[in-house]
Design a protein around this ligand. Structure first.
Ligand SMILES: CC(C)(COP(=O)(O)OP(=O)(O)OC[C@H]1O[C@@H](n2cnc3c(N)ncnc32)[C@H](O)[C@@H]1OP(=O)(O)O)[C@@H](O)C(=O)NCCC(=O)NCCS
Length: 173
């Protein structure tokens, strides 16, 4: 079942269709998608279609799925964070994105740790992978702070054939 989790400053819960505008910004702002997507979303319609194909589909078919991150002080959706099963790689992947005005506050680390603690308690996820664009220093630093170890490189053909840095963390009680 898709979890709802609470961290010191945030609440993580499943995306809903009402989050369309926030999901659109997270998938279209050039600063946010610089190291993740080749093409940004261009309309609310696109955003809702992707939400249906990605997180909502993941919630329905697995125990994983990226979660909307709400800023507890206001209830505003400020990003996403969560695990996702990647069938092609047969790996469980950690992903996170935040609005730029919330960068540098430790939120990627705080929310990821909350997510990892949850799945560690569940005991069903032996290891988690993270893929980081070689120029994404902030994300690589988050990986290290979370206790991930760099393993190798993986070329993602649909993301400009760039060799992404692959990190792993084993989840054992
Ligand atoms: C990557 C991202 C999620 C980081 O979020 P965040 O909440 O700012 O991360 P945190 O504050 O928890 O940690 C960032 C760390 O990286 C460091 N950092 C920031 N910019 C850096 C850079 N260019 N190079 C190296 N380290 C950097 C910070 O100093 C901090 O480390 P510290 O705590 O030791 O000082 C955020 O920048 C983002 O949403 N980027 C766009 C989407 C994205 O790239 N997602 C990741 C895809 S793999």
């Amino acid at each position: 079942m898709t979890p709802t989790l609470v961290s010191t400053r945030t609440r993580l819960r499943p995306f809903e269709l009402a989050d369309g505008p926030a999901y659109l910004r997270l998938g279209s702002d050039p600063a946010i998608i610089r190291y993740t997507d080749n093409h940004g979303l261009t309309s609310l319609e696109d955003a809702l279609a992707l939400m249906a194909r990605a997180p909502l589909h993941d919630y329905a078919t697995s125990i994983y799925g990226r979660l909307a991150v709400e800023w507890r002080a206001t209830g505003e959706v400020i990003g996403f964070c969560g695990l996702k099963y990647l069938p092609d790689l047969q790996e469980v992947d950690l992903g996170y994105r935040f609005l730029p005005e919330f960068w540098g506050l430790g939120l990627a680390t705080e929310t990821s740790q909350t997510v990892l603690d949850h799945y560690l308690r569940q005991g069903q996820t032996p290891r988690v992978m993270g893929l980081v664009h070689p120029a994404n220093g902030a994300s690589a630093r988050v990986m290290t702070k979370l206790g991930f170890t760099e393993a190798d490189e993986l070329v993602l053909a649909d993301l400009g054939a760039v060799a992404f840095r692959r990190f792993y963390r084993h989840l054992s009680p």
